[in-house]
Design a protein around this ligand. Structure first.
Ligand code: PEP
Ligand code: MN
Length: 354
């Protein structure tokens, strides 16, 4: 259910409608960034009671949303969502393409500082790197944990990059929320509903990666879980799915980008690294993703990939990354999308809550 207010409705009328929605036992979601006041309504109860809201002052229309996902839907919010970050002018979903880069895993302070400097110079505004790693084998490197988050936060201060890092369970999410600018929910946890709800109760933007066999509708429903708890800053990410094709680690589903754009206002990134599995296929997939309308890229980069503790084979060398960003800039120009000038970004001090 969706309430569309009159163009000249007052904030007081809007607040009154929200209060009434709560009295009826539902949850109001006032949506910002729209050309008029719009309030989404969610709740487990029968929403027909909400019909009476149509008589309230300032209400233009009560619209039934028939899709299973509500808050993520373009019916609810026709304008694209632009995700912003405290203390930074970086965005995801605006005109500027978001470039996130860094190693698969945080391995040491020296490793992160070297790669952070390199990707910053190469054109990234976001530093990626996992401190909590969801590994197929219990015997594989599981990540540095909180120490790894401290290193990422230190790199943010030193190089002015925003930090995106993965949470794999409720305990790590509580830590990631404190240290990171953006919380990554990985493919394996896309339908960990308890984790999604907890991420929805934070106030940090969430990068939600598509599960390796999830449909678009399942991805949107996972995003709905986060938004239903009040966190509207969700960014989707296509990272390749399981198919019969074995020439890449996963099959990059480029078609999901225009399909998602039609159904949802949320931004969508492409992760060409986990789709490719091998370095030489990463750049073409990255370019394809941007050409298809992705809002940016998240790419694995390592200064010494042969010695990486995870995903070395698919990690770009810094100079390959910088060259890729140059090509992305060219494609962006055709599409009316910009990229930040490469160079050493200024420390922002953004997002530090510790
Ligand atoms: C990662 O980003 O390193 C990762 C584990 O990705 P995914 O969840 O897409 O496999
Ligand atoms: Mn990885």
């Amino acid at each position: 259910m969706l309430i569309s207010m009159n163009v000249n409705a007052t904030e007081e009328q809007m607040r009154a409608v929200c209060t009434r929605i709560e009295e009826l036992g539902f949850r109001p979601h006032p949506l910002t960034g729209t050309s008029r006041y719009v309030i989404g309504i969610t709740g487990n109860k029968d929403l027909s009671a909400a019909d009476q809201l149509s008589q309230m002052p300032g209400v233009a229309e009560v619209i039934a949303v028939t899709k299973p996902y509500k808050l993520v839907s373009r019916d609810m919010k026709p304008e694209d969502t632009v995700v912003r970050f405290a203390g930074s002018d970086a965005t995801v979903g605006g005109a500027e393409l978001a470039i996130m880069a860094g190693p698969c895993s945080v391995e040491s302070r020296d490793q992160i500082f070297r790669v952070a400097e390199a990707v910053g110079k190469g054109g990234a505004r976001f530093l990626r790197g996992g401190a909590f790693k969801p590994r197929t084998s219990p015997y594989a490197f599981q990540g540095m944990g909180e120490k790894g988050l401290e290193i990422m936060a230190a790199a943010r201060e030193a190089f002015g990059l925003l930090v995106v890092t993965e949470a794999i369970d409720q305990e790590s999410l509580a830590l990631v929320e404190q240290y990171a600018d953006m919380i990554q929910i990985g493919a394996r946890n896309m339908q960990n509903f308890a984790l999604l709800k907890q991420a929805g109760r934070t106030r940090k933007p969430v990068l939600l990666k598509r599960g390796m066999s999830a449909t678009l509708e399942e991805l949107l429903m996972a995003a709905e879980y986060i938004m239903s708890e009040g966190n509207y800053n969700v960014v989707l990410c296509e990272r390749g799915i399981r198919t019969f094709a074995s020439h890449t680690r996963n099959t990059l589903d480029v078609g999901i980008i225009p399909a998602a754009k039609k159904l949802t206002h949320l931004p969508i990134l492409v992760d060409p690294s986990h789709a490719a599995g091998e370095r030489d296929k990463v750049v073409p997939l990255a370019l394809a993703g941007v050409a298809a309308g992705a809002d940016g890229l998240i790419v694995e980069v390592h200064c010494d990939p042969d010695r990486a503790l995870s995903d070395g084979a698919q990690s770009l060398y810094p100079d390959q990354f910088a060259a890729m960003v140059g090509q992305v800039r060219g494609i962006g120009e055709v599409l009316g999308r910009t990229l930040p000038q490469p160079g050493h970004p200024q420390p922002t001090g953004a997002g530090v809550s510790k």
